[in-house]
Write a protein that binds this ligand. Structure first.
Ligand code: GRF
Length: 215
């Protein structure tokens, strides 16, 4: 049984998609054991409680990045967490934290990485005039928005799109690919080789192949 922790800062819509996927059995072999937020008013904390999951606000006030991360690390270790899922967590993790959970932290980013790293990825895509954007689930390394890619979704950028409309279109696919990526990990289908993910898609339906085509 995979013990998952989800780290959030706000809305928590990806968190909700993951909780729902675990509840329905889509992600089998896994349990969300704790949700941690660096913001007290994060809507995601209420969502977690609604699913009967432990939800903790971990204040960062007066702590250095290292002190904060070591506090988070203790909370996760106490709960014997196997996989750390970042879902809109607006802090950059220290190298020590990333190293401790090497290959066991995943993140979702609203662009087709390696394009448009960092903040306002959807705005960056609009400004660049790309025809397609999307979302990426990847393992976390010390470098921001880098690390082996697990799954991506492709979303068209339409004439007249605003940051909001594009974000909304991308977010709908985030709610599909994040549970999918976690399911793949929990089923032992993801291997990292030479900084790239090899995914075993055997037995999964065509729908998944459309999102992330198999060569
Ligand atoms: C999503 O757009 C995700 O890609 C980014 O932060 C946002 C979080 O949204 N990393 P939510 O809190 O899951 O609704």
């Amino acid at each position: 049984m995979y013990r998952i922790a989800v780290l959030i800062s706000g809305r928590g819509s990806n968190l909700e998609a993951i909780l729902q996927a675990v509840k329905s059995g889509y992600i089998g072999n896994a349990e969300v054991v704790v949700v941690l937020s660096n913001r007290e008013d994060a809507r995601g904390l209420r969502i977690a409680k609604g699913y009967g999951v432990e939800a903790l606000y971990v204040p960062a006030y007066a702590l250095s990045k290292e002190e904060y991360d070591s506090k988070m690390l203790s909370l996760l270790e106490e709960r014997d967490v196997d996989l750390v899922v970042l879902a809109g967590f607006m802090r950059i993790l220290s190298d020590a934290f990333v190293d401790h959970f090497k290959d066991r932290i995943v993140n979702i980013h609203p662009s087709l990485l390696p394009s448009f790293k960092g903040l306002h990825a959807q705005r960056q895509a609009l400004e660049a005039g790309v025809r397609f954007s999307g979302a990426t689930v990847h393992f976390v390394t010390e470098k921001l928005d880098e690390g082996p890619i697990i799954v991506q979704s492709v979303v068209p950028v339409l004439e007249g799109d605003s940051e909001e409309s594009l974000s909304e279109r991308i977010l709908k696919t985030e709610h599909i690919i994040y549970p999918l990526a976690i399911k793949l990990i929990c089923e032992g289908r993801v291997k990292i080789e030479d900084n790239r993910c090899r995914v075993d898609w055997k037995g999964l339906s065509e729908e998944f192949h459309a999102i992330n085509p198999v060569p």
